[in-house]
Design a protein around this ligand. Structure first.
Ligand code: SF4
Length: 391
C-alpha cells in the first residue's frame, strides 16, 4: 500500500474571507488590483452571520455524525493593516458563537510588509497560522510608493519567528522568478520555512499578461528540477504541491485509487466571501450573477439555495471537462483545477505536466522509488509547519 497523506482525504471547509481589499503593496499580478485602495471592510454584522452559520453547519454535521472542520483564512488586500479593534471584534464574535467548539482554525494570508507589536500579540493570542506571500526575487511585489519590499519582509519574518508564530510561505511563480526557483528553494530550505510554489494563473487586466504569465512547459521543467533536489534531501522540508504530486504519482503507479467521493467537488470545499458578503465557489469568483449566496441571508440559506446547486454543477462540469480524460483522474482529488487555466493548456497545466514527469522519473530507477517511499512514510516528519492557504 502507498502511504496516504490524510490531508488529501480529510474533509475541511476553507472559508477565504476578504475582510477588505485595502493593501499597502501593488503586486503586478494581483487580481484585486482595482480595489487595493478601497478601505471598505466586511461589516461586523456580516461577520456575526458568518460565525452563526459556521456554528449551524458544525451542529448539523454533529447530528449527521460527520467529521467537519473549518479553516478561516483572513484574506485581502492586506489583513494586517486593518485596525486592531476591527480584527479583535472578529475574534470576539467567533467566541460569542462557540469559539473552540467550532473546530475552527484561524489562518491569515499576509504580505508581511508591516507588522506591529500589537498585531503580533493578536496573532499569538488567537493562534493564527500565517501564510506569507514572498516571491524571493524583487521587482514585482512593490510598495504603494513603487519600492521593493523583500528586505523588509525578510526582517519581519525573523521577527514573527522570534515570537514563536507558526508560518509558511507562498511563492507565486511567474516570469519574474521562474529562472531562480532553485535559489528560492535553497532560501526556504536553509531557513527551514515550509512553502508552496504557486504558478501564476490569473493576472489583473492592468498588466500585460506576457510580462508575468508563465510558459507551462518551461515552468513544469523548472519545478520538476527543484522537485528532484527536494526529494534528494535527507531532511525533507514540507513543500507544496510537491507532496501532493508525489502522492498522486505513487498512487497511480501502484493503482491505488482514491475514494470516488474525494475525487469530486462535494469533497473539501473552498468558499470565497467577498467584502460585500457575497459567497462564491472559487472558479466563479466575483462574476456578477454567479454568487451562490449572501451572508446577509446567512450561510444555511445560501448553502441550501438553487444558486448553490448550480455553482456546484458548474464546478462539477469544469472538473469533468478538465479531468475526465486525464491519466491521473482516479488518483487525484482534482483540487488543482482551482488554479488552472485548461483553456490555455492540457488538463490542469503545470500540475499535470509535473506529475507526468514524476511518474516517468519514479519508473526510471528503483532508488527513486525508495526515496519517494521514505518521504511518504507515515513515520517521516517533514520539517516546517503544514500550511495550505490560497495566495
Ligand atoms: S487534470 Fe490535473 S487536477 Fe485533474 S485529475 Fe489530472 S492531474 Fe488531477
Amino acid at each position: 500500500m502507498v502511504p496516504v497523506n490524510n490531508n488529501l482525504t480529510g474533509y475541511s471547509n476553507f472559508w477565504v474571507v476578504k475582510a477588505s481589499k485595502l493593501c499597502n503593496l501593488r503586486c503586478s499580478y494581483c487580481y484585486e488590483w482595482d480595489e487595493l485602495g478601497d478601505p471598505k471592510k466586511l461589516s461586523l454584522e456580516l461577520w456575526r452571520n458568518f460565525f452563526s452559520g459556521i456554528r449551524h453547519l458544525s451542529e448539523e454535521a454533529k447530528v449527521e455524525r460527520k467529521s467537519v472542520s473549518h479553516k478561516l483564512i483572513l484574506h485581502g488586500g492586506e489583513p494586517l493593516i486593518l485596525p486592531l479593534n476591527y480584527l479583535q471584534s472578529i475574534m470576539d464574535i467567533a467566541t460569542d458563537y462557540g469559539g473552540d467548539d467550532l473546530d475552527l482554525q484561524n489562518c491569515l494570508q499576509t504580505n508581511l510588509y508591516s507588522i506591529t507589536e500589537e498585531k503580533i500579540q493578536y496573532l499569538k493570542e488567537n493562534r493564527f497560522r500565517i501564510g506569507v506571500s514572498f516571491d524571493g526575487v524583487p521587482g514585482t511585489r512593490l510598495s504603494v510608493a513603487g519600492k521593493t519590499t523583500e528586505d523588509q519582509v525578510v526582517k519581519n519574518m525573523e521577527i514573527i519567528l522570534r515570537n514563536g508564530i507558526n508560518y509558511g510561505c507562498i511563492c507565486v511563480v511567474g516570469r519574474h522568478n521562474e529562472n531562480r526557483l532553485v535559489d528560492i528553494f535553497n532560501f526556504f530550505y536553509n531557513l527551514r520555512i515550509s512553502f508552496r510554489f504557486l504558478p501564476v494563473f490569473d493576472v489583473s487586466q492592468h498588466v500585460n499578461q506576457s510580462q508575468i504569465s508563465v510558459n507551462y512547459e518551461a515552468t513544469a521543467n523548472r519545478l520538476f528540477e527543484v522537485f528532484v533536489i527536494w526529494i534528494s534531501k535527507k531532511e525533507t522540508l514540507s513543500v507544496r504541491p510537491f507532496l501532493e504530486w508525489l502522492e498522486i504519482s505513487l498512487r497511480f503507479l501502484s493503482k491505488q485509487k482514491i475514494r470516488e467521493s474525494a475525487s469530486r467537488v462535494e469533497g473539501p470545499t473552498v468558499t470565497l466571501v467577498n467584502t460585500d458578503g457575497k459567497l462564491y465557489r472559487v472558479p466563479d469568483a466575483y462574476t456578477a450573477g454567479l454568487e451562490f449566496g449572501d451572508l446577509e441571508y446567512g450561510l444555511p440559506m445560501s448553502f441550501g439555495s438553487k444558486q448553490h446547486r448550480k455553482s456546484v454543477q458548474r464546478e462539477e462540469n469544469e472538473v469533468n471537462a478538465t479531468c475526465n480524460a486525464c491519466t491521473f483522474r482516479d488518483y487525484c482529488d482534482s483540487s488543482f483545477i482551482v488554479s488552472s487555466r485548461p483553456e490555455r493548456t492540457k488538463h490542469c497545466g503545470v500540475d499535470y505536466l509535473v506529475i507526468s514527469k514524476i511518474v516517468r522519473w519514479l519508473g526510471e530507477n528503483a532508488d527513486h522509488f525508495a526515496m519517494a517511499f521514505e518521504i511518504m512514510s507515515p513515520d517521516a516528519e517533514p520539517i516546517g509547519p503544514e500550511l495550505q492557504v490560497l495566495a
